[in-house]
Design a protein around this ligand. Structure first.
Ligand code: ADP
Length: 448
């Protein structure tokens, strides 16, 4: 991180060659002024002596005239052209002061202060880190080369109106940045006004990512809904047309339509559950519940599916109660998803084991775990980190054939987050998969 030494700043402030145009110069010191006026005073002195000797001027009058000339030569009547108006130059540039530097340095976002020609006066550490090529006293356009920035800066300087632009900063990784250029009027020593430009950068990348995720989500949800809807309207057309009198076809098509309608209902259910859990994600459930009967209830409810898939559910749950702070409905949903997935995707293993244990969390505290283990084909390691993403499936066709929505594990993750728990997925391809839901135990005893 480039942090500029105060010496450099002072040098920049005092360097005449690099001084920002339009800003006042420091007044010269008294010895400097004497040196600059020496020639004038010498000529005036010689002229007065000549007038006394040859012109009959009284010595007292000559001395008085010399004092006046000296006074006039030493007062800094230095005039310069500023922005078309002539301003007297008597004060230090107000934006080059330590106060202005400290204000820019103290800003949390990357900030750069430019003079009205676009030359850098101050920049803070965040700005130096964001654009390492920025140098004090150099034109910012040399370092900020994105065409959007150059245009916005040129316009802001010309119109003295604020400009806002976004651009892609590709180094070291792609980042979407927003730049706001604010012209700041700076009063000069004698009532004039000059302008400097404050450049403020905001990192918009997280916002853009959220926006992209939202757009992806809407696209995925509508795609998932449109597929069964297209099937339904296709079968309705067939039943009204060619298959109108075919009783067997009607029976078969109605079965398919029923399945498609159920799939749409499941998807809407999952979407609603997901948004409900997300809305309350920051509020941890307060009710104390016993995990064991909840898991047992889910297992009992899924026995018909297990029988249909010819899978045996082996239950090894704790004999004593396992109290956690939880939302019963959400926990039912969580275990339903995990056990149903094991029955659907791991059916070829013929067995699913549901067990619970008290263990130690990675932070070292106690953790109640419920493990759902199947002995099916397992999951390849490259899919594991993405399984809890919405609509992510290892095999889309397989998931649809099983009536999946691609939202189950995402819901599981959100429910666990709300319960301050964690999900652990382990799998060795060919040897099944295990999904572990870990919960912090409730501090108090279970409610009656
Ligand atoms: P879906 O509704 O498709 O089941 P999930 O979010 O529950 O959505 O699961 C995402 C994907 O993870 C599934 O489509 C499936 O490919 C994979 N998966 C989940 N559980 C298992 C499992 N026990 N064995 C193998 N693959 C699984």
């Amino acid at each position: 991180m480039a942090i500029l030494a105060p010496d450099n700043i002072q040098a920049a402030a005092e360097g005449n060659a690099s001084r920002a145009p339009g800003f006042a110069a420091r007044p010269a010191s008294w010895p400097d002024r004497l040196r600059r006026s020496a020639l004038v005073l010498l000529v005036a002195g010689l002229a007065l002596i000549a007038l006394v000797v040859f012109g009959g001027l009284q010595p007292l009058g000559a001395i008085a005239a010399f004092v006046c000339i000296t006074g006039a030569a030493l007062v800094p009547w230095q005039v310069h052209d500023s922005d078309g108006s002539r301003e007297t130059d008597l004060g230090a540039n107000p934006v080059e002061t330590a106060v202005a530097r400290a204000i820019v340095a103290g800003m949390p976002d990357p900030n750069v202060l430019l003079d009205r020609a676009g030359r850098v006066i101050h920049l803070n550490a965040a700005a130096a880190q964001l654009v390492p090529a920025l140098r004090r006293n150099e034109l910012a356009q040399f370092a900020l080369r994105a065409p959007e920035i150059v245009t916005a800066l040129r316009e802001a300087i010309a119109t003295r109106e604020a400009r806002r632009t976004t651009y892609l900063n590709p180094v070291p990784v792609d980042r979407w940045m927003e730049l706001i250029i604010t012209p700041i009027p700076v009063p000069t020593a004698f009532g004039g006004v000059d302008y400097c430009m404050l450049l403020t950068f905001h990192d918009q990348t997280p916002l853009r990512r959220v926006e992209e995720m939202r757009a992806d989500f809407v696209a995925n949800a509508s795609h998932e809904l449109r597929t069964p809807l297209a099937a339904l309207s296709g079968f309705i057309d067939t039943l009204q047309g060619p298959a109108r009198e075919d009783a067997r076809a009607r029976e078969r098509f109605l079965g398919i339509m029923h399945a498609q309608a159920a799939r749409m209902a499941r998807l809407i259910d999952d979407l609603l559950s997901l948004s409900r859990v997300e809305l309350s994600a920051h509020v941890r459930p307060e009710t104390i519940v016993d995990l064991v009967p909840i898991v047992r209830e889910v297992v009992d409810g899924l026995e018909p599916l297990a029988a249909e898939r010819q899978v045996e559910i082996e239950v090894a749950l704790s004999e004593t109660s396992v109290a956690i702070c939880g939302d019963r409905e959400e926990l039912l949903r969580l275990f339903e998803n995990l056990i149903e997935n094991a029955l659907k995707y791991g059916a070829s293993g013929g067995k699913v084991r549901v067990s619970s244990m008290l263990d130690v969390s990675p932070e070292g505290g106690p953790e109640f775990r419920v493990v759902v283990r199947d002995f099916g084909p397992g999951i390849a390691p490259e899919h594991l980190p993405r399984l809890t993403e919405r609509f992510y499936r290892v095999d889309v066709g397989d998931s649809r054939a099983q009536g999946g929505t691609g939202l189950g594990l995402s819901l599981v993750k959100h429910i666990l987050n709300r319960h301050r728990g964690r999900l652990l997925i382990e799998s060795v391809p060919g040897h099944g998969a295990s999904f572990t839901a870990g919960f912090p135990p409730a501090q108090a005893a279970p409610e009656a």
